[in-house]
Design a protein around this ligand. Structure first.
Ligand code: IYR
Length: 227
């Protein structure tokens, strides 16, 4: 057998040869990951127990491995431990939420949320040891001007999914919290106008008496179609 001709590249490429798993071993690992992630729930009742900085670092390292449009990696994660700053985030988030829950023009939205029993009180933002805010970079500023980023929502969404997965693997809990609108985070966290707040993650251990709404996942037949 002759070796295949090398592909002509205009840019540097390197070999990529991850270990080839026997299919049964691949399935076993896939099943294990599914069961692990099926045990994850969004949490609103947190313990104030400390979480080491290294855990946040590892979760962001994991998020930072996400694929992204044109490999532009259009995310910034800001980790907040300062109690005063967390409190200011809580106050601003609660002001937005009071407006949201007070709206009379969105009964359908309020109705869809009712089984979660959420309200404008966001005490968990004071309780958690960390608040991590993911920002989406719409563009980056270069010497020659603005470089637009592509597929920003998709890229940051995938990175956030990997962030959540890493936290769960470390026994930590979070919530994909999106106070609406979230512009106050740009100011409080001193981010540039090229970025917009994407998701606010309170991070900590679940409270000892934590409860979550009883929910089921939709059946695979609804999530996966074969053709
Ligand atoms: N941002 C509000 C409302 C809310 C909206 C959705 I969509 C949720 O899944 C949960 C809550 C709040 O955080 O209370």
């Amino acid at each position: 057998m002759t070796a295949p001709a090398p592909r002509p590249h205009a840019h540097p490429f390197v070999p990529y040869t991850p270990p080839r798993l026997p299919p049964a071993e691949g399935l076993r690992r896939g099943q294990e990951l599914f069961e692990h992630l099926d045990g994850r729930r969004s949490v609103r009742f947190f313990s104030s127990d400390p979480v080491p900085r290294e855990a946040i670092e590892l979760a962001v390292r994991t998020a930072n491995t996400a694929p992204s449009g044109a490999h532009q990696q259009p995310w910034t994660f800001v980790a907040v431990a300062d109690p005063d700053l967390k409190h200011r985030i809580r106050l601003a988030a609660e002001a937005e939420e009071r407006a949201f829950y007070g709206r009379e023009d969105i009964p359908q939205w309020h109705g869809a949320l009712s089984r979660l029993e959420t309200d404008a009180n966001k005490e968990f933002l004071d309780v958690v040891p960390w608040i991590v805010v993911a920002f989406a970079q719409k563009y980056r500023v270069t010497d020659t001007g603005k470089q637009k980023h592509y597929y920003v929502n998709e890229s940051v969404g995938i990175a956030c999914g990997m962030f959540i997965t890493a936290l769960h693997t470390m026994g930590l809990a979070t919530l994909t919290h999106t106070p609406n609108p979230m512009g106050f985070l740009t100011k409080l966290l001193e981010r540039p106008s090229s970025e917009r707040p994407y998701i606010l993650f309170p991070v900590g251990y679940p409270a000892d008496d934590c409860e979550v709404p009883e929910l089921t996942r939709k059946p695979l037949e609804e999530a996966l179609l074969w053709r």
